[in-house]
Design a protein around this ligand. Structure first.
Ligand code: GDP
Ligand code: IMO
Ligand code: MG
Length: 382
């Protein structure tokens, strides 16, 4: 059976950890969207690795970076080098679509410039050049991996890109050097066996279904999966959500806690960005938001992560409604209605059971898996 693992909040729900666990029962792990803005933290043989571009497989998986993924070759090479220490054959198991769009220094520079121009209204991007690569692509001047195989074509296209964007510096030689380290891995493989599609970001960061303009620029919803991978496949959707909510960067966050409780969650959950190191904004679980994300993603199975982070809190807040109906593009000044329940000491306690029941009653869906720690073993089926 094929599976898709997607985030149901604003990213960092623990998708990587869940992918790692499920990778054992799938042959292929496929990325279909996002780029190096993603940061999926997992532990391979006890060693912490943050995956930005290499799909989060383990020792036997074949890994495919599908065409919907934006690639930065420097970041990819660093990651391959790190992973090779754990899995010496990782490179031979990795395949990169020739259709992936290439992030160049031009787009990273544009990303910073647009953010500067927006000032107080900046998105708080990861600075990876995601938005500009998509807009350059829409303008039909972005670079694709297939351009890099012919140096003359590449230099010609790079020249146009630089001219249009007003970028002066040369990057061509460095980029080619970096690309050459992985050029033999560019191949659209024949895929057979079970596939696990590894989603990036979260539904609320989708450019068309999320909190626009405070979103990323590649789709995060599972219906993009075939488009972004070129693979025609049926699949079950596993929606991952935290027992609370975090968000990095700007944008509406109805249940945000700008107080000691928010700080306590950040500390307990180690909520600092895996790509940028920024402190993540923290708040209570938001059920109207979660219900929306479940619907948009057509989630079949729910996975709750990080409830263990809230162990020992006196009381836990749950947002059970707003002062107006949920509207994804109108969350800026919404007032969240918070219901407080008694906190729990551990996840075996009845208080935690009450928390789970409250969520399930609101979203009208069962939570199938509970993750209770960062390692791949720390997850149980309910
Ligand atoms: P992703 O981007 O969705 O893959 O999530 P990140 O890796 O950015 O952030 C999730 C963080 O929480 C990582 O550091 C994981 O190791 C950690 N994590 C995942 N699941 C759990 C869990 O159930 N409990 C705890 N305490 N940590 C978890
Ligand atoms: P994973 O896959 C959390 C956020 C950025 C910013 C907005 C736009 O680890 O869950 P971008 O650089 O994409 O143009 O930034 O999206 N963002 C993420 N937040 N987790 C991520 O990925 C994110 N990828 C982008 O912080 O608010
Ligand atoms: Mg992350």
């Amino acid at each position: 059976m094929n599976s898709a693992i997607v985030g149901l909040q604003w990213g960092d729900e623990g998708k990587g950890k869940v992918v790692q666990k499920f990778s054992r029962s799938h042959e292929w792990i496929v990325r279909f969207s996002g780029g190096p803005n993603a940061g999926h933290t997992v532990y391979h043989n006890g060693k912490k690795v943050v995956h930005h571009l290499v799909p989060t497989g383990t020792d036997k998986n074949k890994l495919f970076i599908g065409r919907g993924t934006l690639v930065n070759f420097d970041i990819l090479n660093d990651e391959i080098a790190k992973l090779s220490e754990i899995y010496p054959d990782i490179k031979e198991r990795l395949f990169i679509s020739e259709w992936c769009r290439v992030i160049t220094p031009v787009e990273r520079w544009q990303d910073a410039e647009i953010e500067k121009l927006k000032g107080a209204k900046s998105v708080g991007t990861t600075g990876m050049g995601i938005g500009p690569t998509i807009s350059n692509d829409a303008n039909r001047i972005a670079l694709h991996v297939f351009d890099l195989f012919d140096e003359r074509i590449f230099r010609e296209k790079a020249k146009l890109l630089k001219k249009f964007c007003g970028y002066q510096k040369d990057f061509e030689d460095d980029l080619l050097k970096s690309f050459n380290k992985v050029r033999e891995r560019v191949e659209d493989p024949k895929i057979s066996g079970d596939i696990l599609f590894e989603g990036t970001q979260g539904i609320m960061l989708d450019p068309m279904y999320g909190t626009y303009p405070y979103v990323t620029s590649t789709p995060t919803i599972p219906s993009y999966l075939s488009y972004g991978s070129g693979i025609k496949a049926g699949y079950e959707v596993f929606g991952v959500f935290k027992a609370y909510v975090t968000r990095v960067g700007a944008g509406p966050f109805p249940t945000e806690l700008n107080d000691d409780t928010g700080d306590a969650i950040r500390k307990s959950g180690g909520e600092f960005g895996s790509t940028t190191g920024r402190p993540r904004r923290c708040g209570w679980i938001d059920l109207p938001q979660l219900k929306y994300a479940i619907e948009i993603s057509n989630t079949d199975h729910l996975v709750m992560t990080k409830a263990d982070v809230l162990n020992g809190f006196d009381k836990i807040g749950v947002c059970v409604g707003y002062d107006r109906p949920f509207c994804v593009h109108d969350l800026e000044d919404v007032n969240a209605e918070i219901e407080y329940i008694k906190g729990w000491k551990n996840l075996e306690s009845s208080e935690f059971g009450d928390f789970v029941s409250l969520i399930e009653k609101y979203i009208q869906k069962r939570i199938d898996y509970i993750s209770f720690g960062p390692s791949e073993e720390e997850i149980k089926v309910r």
